[in-house]
Design a protein. Structure first.
Length: 79
């Protein structure tokens, strides 16, 4: 899945997604394709099966809220 697809199905912003990945709460992305001229990795993609399994697991836990970004801007925090 592309970054935009993952953001669409999780309904969180990019900073929250990376906080979740760094906390081990959400599946990690993988680099697809060759390194860019700048030395950065290729396009970030996620396994559709892993993302769907994560969604299913979250649906089975009523009231679950994942780790949130530290700043108020862009953080996915409960109201």
């Amino acid at each position: 899945m592309t970054r935009d697809e993952v953001l669409r199905v999780t309904c969180v912003c990019l900073s929250t997604l990376y906080v979740w990945m760094n906390a081990g709460y959400f599946p990690a992305c993988r680099s697809l394709g060759p390194k860019r001229a700048s030395g950065h990795a290729g396009k970030a993609v996620w396994s559709r099966a892993e993302v769907n399994a994560w969604i299913d697991a979250q649906m089975a836990k009523p009231g679950t809220v994942g780790p949130t970004a530290k700043s108020g801007r862009g953080a996915s925090q409960p109201a």
